[in-house]
Ligand binder design. Structure first.
Ligand SMILES: [Zn+2]
Ligand SMILES: [Zn+2]
Length: 330
């Protein structure tokens, strides 16, 4: 805890720590939430199991592969919460135009500096990139993978073992070919755009839809934030069997309807929002209204089902959510 410049009690959130860098060639692996989740599982598993930390907050940028507004992303981060047996997972992003406040942005300066003057080879010994003519497509792909993997490995040698803020930098190079990065991200994208008939007719899509419904039962979805929190329902196979270990944080969230209290503009300090502690004390009821400057006083639509805490980000999103949840029109 600390006291801010306005004399208010504040919770100090960790702002620094080990920097994990995952390097991959985008020619072979697209940056998707599925890929980030694969990497995050590996990074987080030893902390979750070894240090018994069951509540995770991810501050991300609002890019397409991270944004909490996308349905496939919601599914992939839901899987991270479920598969790591987390009690709480919060994925939050800064409002558009504020990504400079994201701590990760400050890590780019030292990483770039350590690469000053480094040239990444475009050839491996006798096979320059430009001389791939005459080879089969498979062979060209293999050679390109080798060149790009070598470039990743060279970068990693300049970073590995360095420190930022006295914390170590760790680098993982993801091989371009044949390393278990397979995922069903395309299926999730298809599910998000399928008709009711298609969802019923394809067993893979039907399964994904059940998964979506399971996640939504544990989800609070705000405009720039999604929160997965274990439930206390005895008929929930996942939560009733695995129990809660982040007891204090979980208890705090339960007091506020199982979600992080939504920030409200301060009535005392004009131009500021209430702190988390103030908001929790002064607005104990569950309320989604987010008072985002971009909404200009309008209230965003949210799902009318009492069991859902889901703010829509568009009419299309509303339609998709109602279809996937099988909500009947009221
Ligand atoms: Zn549950
Ligand atoms: Zn709903």
């Amino acid at each position: 805890m600390f006291i801010d410049s306005l004399g208010r009690d504040r919770i100090r959130w960790p702002r620094s720590g080990t920097l994990n860098v995952c390097l991959h060639a985008s020619m072979f692996h697209k940056s998707t939430s599925a890929m980030h989740v694969n990497n995050l599982k590996e990074i987080l598993q030893p902390i979750v199991l070894g240090e018994n930390k069951k509540a995770v907050t991810i501050i991300c940028d609002g890019g397409p592969d991270w944004t909490p507004r996308s349905t496939p992303n919601l599914m992939n981060f839901g899987r991270l919460w479920r598969d790591l047996n987390l009690d709480i997972l919060i994925l939050t992003s800064y409002a558009p135009g504020h990504s400079r406040l994201n701590p990760i942005e400050r890590s780019w300066a030292p990483l770039s500096k350590w690469l000053t003057g480094v040239t990444l080879p475009i050839a491996l010994e006798a096979s320059p990139w430009v001389e791939f003519v005459g080879l089969s497509e498979d062979e060209i792909r293999k050679r390109k993978a080798e060149v790009l993997d070598e470039a990743c490995s060279k970068c990693s040698k300049y970073w590995e073992g360095k420190t930022i803020d006295s914390f170590p930098v760790r680098v993982k190079c993801i091989k371009s070919l044949g390393e278990g990065q397979s995922n069903d991200h395309e299926v999730l994208k298809t599910m998000a755009n399928s008709s009711a008939q298609k969802l019923r007719g394809d067993p893979q899509l039907t399964n994904c839809r059940s998964e979506y419904q399971f996640f939504v039962r544990h989800l609070t979805r705000k405009t720039y934030q999604i929160e997965f929190v274990k439930c206390t329902r005895l008929d929930c196979n996942h939560c009733s069997k695995l129990g809660i270990q982040a007891v204090n944080f979980f208890g705090f969230l339960r007091e506020h309807g199982g979600m992080v209290p939504t920030p409200k503009p301060s009535k005392v300090y004009s131009g500021h929002y209430d702190t988390l502690l103030n908001t929790a004390k002064m607005h104990p009821s569950v309320d989604f209204q987010e008072y985002l400057p971009s909404l200009k006083g309008k209230r965003q639509d949210s799902c009318r089902e009492s069991s859902c805490r889901y703010v829509f980000n568009s009419k299309a999103d509303e339609k998709r959510h109602n279809l996937l949840m099988n909500h009947k029109k009221k």
